[in-house]
Design a protein around this ligand. Structure first.
Ligand SMILES: Cc1ncc(COP(=O)(O)O)c(C=O)c1O
Length: 472
């Protein structure tokens, strides 16, 4: 069923503002933050920042974990829109909400099945919660150096193997990827549920293209138990704003609230909450959805125009992500990024053999010419095509020898990468962006992995250190 469009311009949080920030409201406002609504702003100058909106959890406002107040009403409205049982805003990025979701679903010592291309926040969640990750390797495209979503056939083969070695508390799926590649979530979630395993979807980069097509957000529609979306990556909100959705009875809502309480600030930023609400209210309103639809159409036409110029854009399920394969142009990704940066083209995510550009929700018109010209010039300046990138030489399923939370806290020593074969990793090796750890604490480093990392070190300038920290 398509989600219901919202025609009401103001959602609860925005509606509560005039009464709180109107004339005369601030003279006797003797509360924190200490800038006292901007009257005590540093240097006495409140210009340039929204001090007057930076209010604490006054009763009329409340917070993400309060039952009453405008934030709670806004979250209820959001949950009703997306078809979730519960939704919470987060102001510590998708990272904070992914960690809360992990800790809600997996007890200390419990096992979680995670993709090799996991965002580092999920690793950090395992460390915080003393969880034991099992890593699965989704398909890897050697020509572009990019991960692809796992298939149902792969998951069907992995689940019994993982369950044979002990209980599994959670499956984490990543969809879409940074590059906008979406998984067949419904099939994957159904397989996990059939094995009595709940599912968390890291949908940090998604949600918006379903909305524009008048479809419910993909991860929730697939039946996933917990879903995290970044509103700054998918909608037009401010950095650090994100949402966590919950549905079904596999994970108790009380457990989610408890772990949110552990990990979220006790002073949520109202400007961030307002930005979160506004981005959602806009996207769920009829005008916003029309605009989103137009943006996606324009983005599709931009991609076609660039392809017509012979530029090798990779397939993406998200029209707002333009992914350039750099090898056919004679460049590796980081060098192409540096070359373009000098000419004023700022990509979002350089990887070994690709560059990802994010169109976001800003105007697309007028981009085709300058971007096409810059990329054509990049192609002209290219040299020999760099070779394909072999996948990380990990088995398709692997469990670190030691829990990452133990390994990362254990005494460790630095070791030149060339001498690291046979040692156990103490600290992750994690190029950023995209923030995908290549070595996890607790994993033993094989000789093939050392050789692979040395190759990567030559190709991904400055992103792979010469030394790794291993257990002492
Ligand atoms: C797939 C994925 N998940 C989660 C995150 C974390 O999002 P945030 O930066 O909002 O904490 C990122 C950030 O890049 C990401 O790429």
């Amino acid at each position: 069923m398509p989600p219901a469009a919202s025609s009401e311009p103001l959602w609860p949080l925005a509606r509560s503002l005039p009464a709180l920030t109107g004339r005369g409201q601030d003279r006797l406002a003797l509360h924190l933050p200490a800038h006292r609504r901007g009257r005590g702003a540093p240097g006495g100058d409140p210009r340039g920042l929204p001090w007057h909106l930076d209010l604490p959890e006054l009763p009329a406002i409340g917070g993400p974990l309060e039952a009453d107040g405008a934030v709670a009403a806004s979250q209820r409205r959001l949950a009703a829109c997306v078809g979730a049982a519960h939704s919470w805003y987060g102001v510590n990025g998708a990272s904070g909400l992914l960690q809360a979701a992990l800790l809600a679903a997996v007890p200390p010592g419990g096992r979680v099945l995670l993709p090799r291309n996991l965002h580092r926040s999920l690793l950090h969640g395992c460390v915080l919660g003393q969880l034991r990750p099992v890593l699965y390797s989704p398909p890897f495209d050697t020509a572009t150096g990019l991960w692809l979503p796992p298939t149902a056939a792969q998951l069907e083969a992995w689940l019994p193997r993982v369950l044979a070695s002990g209980p599994l508390d959670l499956l984490v799926l990543l969809s879409p990827t940074y590059q906008g590649r979406a998984a067949a979530l419904a099939d994957l979630v159904a397989l996990a549920h059939a094995a009595s395993v709940p599912v968390l979807v890291d949908e940090a980069h998604g949600g918006h293209f379903d909305l524009a097509a008048d479809l419910p957000p993909a991860a929730l529609a697939s039946g996933a138990d917990l879903v995290v979306q970044s509103l700054a990556k998918s909608l037009g909100s401010l950095a650090q704003t994100a949402v966590l959705h919950h549905q079904g009875a596999r994970i108790a809502v009380e457990a989610v609230e408890r772990s949110l309480g552990w990990l979220q600030t006790s002073s949520p930023s109202l400007p961030l909450l307002l930005a979160a609400e506004r981005s959602i209210a806009w996207a769920w309103g009829a005008a916003g959805r029309r605009r989103l639809g137009r943006r996606l159409g324009q983005a599709g036409r931009l991609a076609t125009a660039l392809r017509d110029r012979g530029l090798p854009l990779l397939p993406s399920d998200d029209p707002l992500r333009l992914v350039l394969a750099t090898a056919p142009l004679g460049w590796d990704g980081p060098a192409a990024d540096a070359w373009l940066l000098e000419r004023g083209v700022i990509a979002e995510c350089p990887e070994v053999l690709s560059l990802t550009f994010c169109l976001g929700l800003g105007p697309v018109r007028g981009l085709a010419r300058p971007l096409g010209r810059a990329l054509a010039a990049l192609a002209m300046a290219g040299g020999a095509a760099p070779p394909a990138l072999a996948p990380l030489p990990h088995p398709d399923l692997a469990e670190p020898e030691l829990a990452p939370g133990l390994a990362w806290r254990a005494p460790s020593r630095p070791l030149p990468l060339a001498e690291a074969e046979g040692e156990v990793v103490a600290e992750p090796l994690c190029p950023y962006p995209p923030g995908i750890p290549l070595l996890l604490p607790g994993e033993r480093i094989g000789g093939a992995t050392v050789a692979w990392l040395q190759d990567l070190q030559r190709r991904w300038h400055g992103q792979i250190a010469d030394t790794v920290r291993v257990l002492a």
